[in-house]
Design a protein around this ligand. Structure first.
Ligand code: HEC
Length: 173
């Protein structure tokens, strides 16, 4: 990762509030706890990556709202959503510490806090990381689009990348 990546992440955090800020706080080292520190940290990590993905999802909902109609696209507004997705997708694959590999077939899970990340993300991390990078780059290209046709092209490509990664690396239940 180059310095420019960190500059963009920093600029994004400065430029945005809400969930992204909460995620940034969660990404900083957890305060020391007297007991059970590693378990608490793993829970926080899973929560952080769910917030990151949730925020990606909300930004994508905004983009799909405009992609699904023939109405004129507000490119500067769409670019902000695409840029947010791009930056968050850079951070996302760094939230997969080994202890957070906790999905188990048939186990009861709470969609609010439990992970749906497939164990395949750890066994095939190189491919998982590659897909995250490819999706981030596609979102970045969408954010730089100067005309609607280009934006629509990268927007559709981005949707396909979300779906490809979920098919390979996310459990549905
Ligand atoms: C590199 C793989 C990858 C890419 C690319 C990806 N996702 Fe995800 N996504 C995941 C994984 C893994 C989870 C499950 C995370 C967990 O539960 O720990 C997830 C979870 C989610 C969730 C549920 C979050 C929650 O509340 O638990 C949403 C919504 C989502 N993704 C939307 C998107 C959208 C929209 C895109 C494309 C812009 C996208 N994702 C791209 C891997 C990916």
């Amino acid at each position: 990762m180059s310095r420019s990546v960190f500059n963009r992440v920093g600029a994004f955090i400065l430029a945005s509030g809400g969930a992204a800020m909460a995620a940034a706080c969660l990404l900083s080292p957890a305060p020391a706890r007297a007991q059970d520190q590693s378990a608490a940290t793993t829970k926080d990590l899973i929560f952080a990556r769910k917030i990151v993905m949730n925020t990606i999802g909300k930004n994508m909902d905004e983009l799909e709202g405009v992609l699904e109609t023939d109405k004129k696209i507000d490119l500067p507004d769409a670019a902000e959503h695409a840029d947010a997705i791009s930056v968050l997708l850079m951070a996302f694959p760094h939230l997969f510490a080994p202890a957070s590999n906790q999905w188990k077939a048939g186990a009861a899970r709470d969609p609010g806090v439990d992970t749906f990340a497939s164990p395949d993300a750890w066994t095939n991390y190189a491919e998982f990381y590659r897909l995250a990078g490819a999706a981030s780059k596609t979102a970045f290209n969408a954010s730089r689009a100067r005309d609607e046709a280009t934006f629509r092209k990268f927007g559709a490509e981005l949707r396909a990348t979300c779906d490809a990664c979920h098919a390979a690396f996310m459990k549905q239940e």
